[in-house]
Design a binder for this molecule. Structure first.
Ligand SMILES: *Cc1c(COP(=O)(O)O)cnc(C)c1O
Length: 222
């Protein structure tokens, strides 16, 4: 499955995040041995346990809702925090990164889905926030793009609309606040069920779990 996926991503030059949440280190090691290096997790405790038992050149991505008091545990090694969904979290990441003299890469999470349970900024909220506090106010944070999840629905048109909206917002944010910053270049969208639509709508990074690792035990579907 890994190689088939990589072949599908190739024409789009999109990166693959293998979402390994709830899966054992042995399963991660298998993909690692096949060459995969980027893995996504949604719980701090789980990332830490796994990172301690797996090769140190794995690039760990945090993709789940993050509490400010837990940033310190992942700050030294996290490769990308994709789920920055509120100003307070960005401030807290800046503070922790400064303490250890690191620049932590992050993505700003956009809320485009219909479900209220999903997290993230609206475009409007993000514009207001970046106007008040431009990227330069966070010298220890590298804002590299946006991340989003589409609605949990069978309606392909709806999903496509939402991904197109993410890509459009990404473009407007880039033009307005990151004109001189080539680092702002990632649009992380698409999961096992909708990654093909995401690629067509401009994803630069997809986050795939169940397609690579099999279904998760008590999968919580929002
Ligand atoms: C679990 C998860 C994924 C992967 O979901 P699959 O449907 O298993 O591919 C992607 N992104 C986020 C934010 C997730 O929590």
């Amino acid at each position: 499955m890994l190689f088939q996926l990589l072949r599908e991503l190739e024409p789009y030059r999109a990166k693959l995040v293998a979402v390994s949440k709830t899966k054992p280190v042995e399963a991660i090691q298998v993909l690692y041995d096949e060459g995969q290096r980027i893995f996504g997790e949604n719980r701090v405790q789980e990332i830490m346990e796994k990172a301690g038992r797996l090769p140190s050149d794995i690039q760990w991505h945090m993709i789940g809702h993050l509490q400010t008091n837990k940033i310190k545990y992942i700050a030294p090694f996290i490769h990308l925090i994709q789920s920055v969904d509120r100003p307070k979290l960005l401030h807290a990441i800046q503070a922790e990164a400064a303490k250890i003299n690191r620049i932590i890469p992050i993505l700003l999470q956009l809320h485009v889905a219909q479900e209220e349970t999903k997290f993230g900024f609206s475009e409007e909220e993000l514009m207001v926030f970046l106007n008040e506090e431009p990227p330069a106010s966070f010298p220890n944070v590298a804002i590299q793009g946006v991340m989003a999840m589409a609605s949990f629905t069978e309606d392909e048109k709806q999903i496509r609309r939402e991904f197109a909206q993410v890509r459009a917002t990404y473009g407007r944010i880039k033009t307005k606040y990151f004109q001189d910053n080539p680092e702002f270049s990632e649009c992380s969208m698409g999961m096992s069920g909708d990654y093909q639509i995401a690629l067509e709508e401009g994803a630069t990074m997809v986050r795939i779990g169940s397609l690579l690792f099999g279904p998760r035990p008590c999968q919580i579907t929002p």
